[in-house]
Design a protein around this ligand. Structure first.
Ligand SMILES: Nc1ncnc2c1ncn2[C@@H]1O[C@H](COP(=O)(O)OP(=O)(O)OP(=O)(O)O)[C@@H](O)[C@H]1O
Length: 254
């Protein structure tokens, strides 16, 4: 595997019964790169990133993550990959019955190389400072806005110091200003923690702000790949449409 590639996926295929979701996809992620994956609903974006952490097993292909072949791993080895690959799920999923502080401490306390309680407390404070929410430490999720919950969910993932972050629709359901703040945070976290990221999103502004490279999925394969500007101004109007249609949708929602 190329030294600079943290993910290398070759000829991935995946069907669920008769439903062939991924016909043949190859892609890679470079160190410190932010890669956006766009595509209509149901094109297999989530399936693709779930396969990076062993939540879905492709039918065929090769899949290297951080230099290791994840399709040939036992449960312990996959757990080790999951510790290095943070996954921000669509729902964000905080524990409602726990304060922000306890939500943050929870994954660290379960870590096999568990830090001491005072180290955990320092890590929680430092990470909450970084996402701008230290003052919400004693609050419960129900007391937080959608944008704040996303930040806390992100902080809880970052506290594990992942090398790769997988963001599944990080700005969905947020207003345009809050979405912009989350996109800024994705950029800031790359600087702060040297993270390479894959961002699944329909949010054109998020793609524009965060991404070095964009892949558009359609019909089980890669329809287009390039920089934001290349794809937004592509000769093929079918490709341009991914940017203009979503723009209009956002304006209507905003
Ligand atoms: N565990 C599963 N079992 C069966 N089918 C599944 C499973 N996971 C995903 N699928 C199917 O795979 C297809 C792609 O789903 P996926 O969630 O990857 O879409 P997506 O591109 O992320 O869509 P969205 O933008 O709506 O989140 C869908 O038809 C879905 O029903």
């Amino acid at each position: 595997m190329d030294d600079n590639l943290v993910v290398q996926a070759e000829n991935i295929k995946k069907s669920f019964g008769n439903n062939t979701v991924i016909k043949d996809i190859s892609f890679n992620l470079k160190e410190l790169e932010n890669l956006s994956i766009m595509g209509r609903s149901g094109t297999g974006k989530s399936v693709l990133i779930k396969s990076l952490v062993g939540l879905i097993i492709p039918d065929s292909g090769t899949l290297n993550v951080l230099g290791e072949n994840v399709l040939d791993m036992d449960d312990d080895e996959i757990d080790e990959v999951r510790r290095q690959v943070g996954y921000l799920f669509q729902g964000g999923a905080l524990y409602d019955s726990m304060t922000v502080e306890r939500n943050m401490k929870f994954p660290l306390r379960r870590h096999p190389n568990k830090p001491s309680e005072s180290e955990i407390a320092d890590l929680v404070d430092e990470t909450l400072e970084n996402v701008g929410l230290i003052e919400s430490k004693s609050k419960y999720p129900s007391e937080l806005s959608g944008g704040m919950k996303k930040r806390i969910a992100l902080a809880r993932t970052l506290i594990m110091r992942p090398k790769i972050m997988l963001y599944d629709e990080p700005t969905t359901g947020l207003d345009m200003i809050t979405s912009g703040e989350i996109s800024e945070l994705i950029l800031k976290m790359r600087e702060e923690y040297d993270i390479s990221s894959i961002i699944i999103t329909h949010d054109v502004s998020c793609v524009e702000l965060t991404s070095d490279r964009v892949i558009i999925l359609a019909e089980g394969g890669i329809l287009a790949e390039g920089s934001f500007d290349e794809l937004k101004n592509h000769d093929d109007k079918k490709i341009r449409a991914y940017f203009t249609m979503a723009d209009k949708k956002q304006k209507n929602e905003g």
